[in-house]
Design a protein around this ligand. Structure first.
Ligand code: 7PM
Length: 262
């Protein structure tokens, strides 16, 4: 799954056109490089974020989403927690809902169910603005399994069948560096829940933390290493910025997994 960044800072028509043009170009390149899904989001759920209004998120994401759904040969996933955005994205042809809030927003369960789309349910402790202040767990992987189990029950009760669900432990969302590595080390516990698992560690601070605080643009090799470990443990979708390098690494993991069954 390739991460598509939409730069939000230029709001003149010319600037917006250029930003959208760049986003489309980047998405096409990720597909050429082997991405099976493109994930597009409006920055509302990032650590420290205040969140954006429904209208702002629609304005930012929908023009690019519409063009991508029309032009790309792979499904487009929409990274949103808002029911209105889920409905509109589905109308424009989105193929998946990626909700870092696991459909806990008011109306989100019903909206997601009505789209009939696959949904990724992600674990997050706290809210984006404050979640990194003092994350605490009794047992991080047990807590994540319990939370995701509860959200699977809520989703199925709302009419989303199990076969449309994907689970994500939510690396970096209300977790210390140690929590993140404990979760990665115990990822089989999430995989053992029996639904496909998605992970997103690409360029995150958990990678920088073990590389002497390397900046985001110097976390490629560490990110690929994390992707390899997750895939080896059974993760089926890997959300990344650097598609070509990760796809190459996945060819090696796939070859090992094929022989692991013998
Ligand atoms: C700043 C900090 C900007 C963090 C962006 C991020 C995930 C996700 C994100 C994930 C799923 C990023 C994150 N992370 N969706 N959306 N899983 N399902 O690195 O781990 O892109 S936002």
């Amino acid at each position: 799954m390739g991460v598509l960044n939409i730069t939000p800072d230029s709001f003149s028509d010319g600037g917006r056109f250029l930003d959208h043009g760049r986003a489309l170009e980047q998405a096409h390149r990720m597909v050429e490089d082997g991405a099976a899904i493109i994930d597009i989001g409006g920055e509302s759920t990032r650590p420290g974020s205040e969140g954006v209004s429904v209208q702002e998120e629609l304005d930012r994401v929908m023009p690019v989403l519409e063009a991508l759904c029309r032009d790309l040969s792979v499904p487009v996933s929409v990274d949103t927690s808002k029911p209105e955005v889920m409905r509109e994205a589905c109308r424009l042809g989105a193929g998946m809902i990626n909700d870092v809030n696991a459909l806990r927003a008011s109306g989100a369960l019903d909206a997601a169910a009505a789209t009939g789309l696959p949904v990724c349910l992600m674990h997050m402790q706290g809210q984006p603005r404050t979640m990194q202040q003092a994350p605490q767990y009794r047992d991080v992987s047990a807590d994540v399994v319990a939370f995701l189990g509860e959200r699977v029950a809520a989703a199925t009760a709302a009419g989303i069948p199990r076969h449309r669900l994907v689970l994500d432990p939510g690396f970096g969302f209300g977790k210390t560096v140690q929590h993140n590595y404990r979760l990665l080390a115990q990822l089989q516990r999430i995989v053992g829940m029996g639904l496909p698992v998605l992970v997103g560690m690409s360029r995150k601070s958990m990678i920088g933390a073990v590389l002497d605080q390397a900046p985001a643009d110097q976390r490629l090799v560490g990110s690929v290493a994390a992707a390899v470990i997750a895939a080896r443990a059974g993760a089926r979708l890997i959300r990344v910025h650097d598609v070509r390098a990760t796809v190459e690494a996945m060819a090696v993991v796939r070859a090992v997994l094929a022989e692991s069954r013998e």
